[in-house]
Design a protein around this ligand. Sequence first.
Ligand code: PMP
Ligand code: GLU
Length: 394
Amino acid sequence: MYLSEKAKSINPSSTLAIDAKFKAMKAEGIDVVGFGAGEPDFDTPEYIKQAAIKAIMEGKTKYTPASGIVELKKAICEKFKNENGLTFAPEQIVVSNGAKHSLINAFQAILNPGDEVIIPAPFWVSYPEMVRLADGCPKYIYTKEENGFKFTAEELKNAITDKTRALVLNSPSNPTGMVYTESELNEIADVCVERNIYVISDEIYEHLIYEGKHVSIASFNEQIKDLTIIINGVSKTYAMTGWRIGYTASNAKIAKVMANVQSHASSNPNTIAQWATVAALSGGKEEIATMKKAFSERRDYMVERINSIDGVSCLKPNGAFYVLMNISKIKGRTISGVKIETSDDFANALLENAKVALVPCSGFGNDDFVRWSYATSMENIKMGLDRLEAFLNN
Ligand code: PMP
Ligand code: GLU
């Protein structure tokens, strides 16, 4: 069949594929525990749901400007002022159908064919494919577990070529959970300013930092602010994954290009969800604190248990809700009759035999790891780890 070569080369999202497999098994009545897609298990807070119902009842059910309603853009500007010390005007904000869509818009806006984008590995599975969709070339900096999965300003300098247009920065990170310190970010910012490259700063997990506080790379000076496209959204912070609202803050010229692209691709994001997001951003932060406390307890338990099991280990992440488990010592072993040679083999064998769904990190740029999401109940976490332990003792 005649198809686009570019579209054919795009791999499916492994996170969503695992989640779909887990949900299908569950629907068949199989007793499976899922740690696949990073999706908070909490319900969307009541005040946000009420705001959506109110919007429907008031007839706020029509098209809006393609890049979002001005009320939401103003609420986003307030958020940046209060939480990040950043001043943006509404024309610098573009509201989209989730942060994923915001990222797609950003790459579409800044890349020309052959432009390189530096992506530190391990990375969230969608970044390289998004760059390719915009005709760019992903280039990787392979970070090491012994360095806390962080790259240095020096490594960044060495990775930059005359084709480099942008760096993808994701702190706190999916999948490693690591968080860059203010001084590390400052050094990275200096390199980006000196070499005049954009920073796509994906800050979607900014509220999920367990020790310390988030710092946006855009906050150091006007030059780096001008080069940064901040990506954020309400999926993770407000348990609003299904509402599909993400947003960017950037130089107004880039925002205009992204808004133009979006005006043809999707028009405005869901009107009702936009009004619900105004309420989310303007509301109290008690629910965030409650969720964060639960995530922190689950993280501590998971990390301790994994490190007490023979053959696997993990670092203690400081942000997001993922743990990367090192399975390099398991590779080469045969478990339940299956020879484990890759992270895919491991994840498949664990799913088939122990009914535990994890994400193999083959799609994340490091095949020695599998990813657990601890955005699920403590009960599930205990069950999942018990099953892992029994599986490895087989
Ligand atoms: N960035 C990262 C790092 C993520 O983990 C996710 C998770 N889906 C997204 C962006 C996209 O989030 P959403 O589209 O749900 O806003
Ligand atoms: N970002 C989450 C994850 O990595 C949700 C799924 C996705 O969008 O990839 O699991």
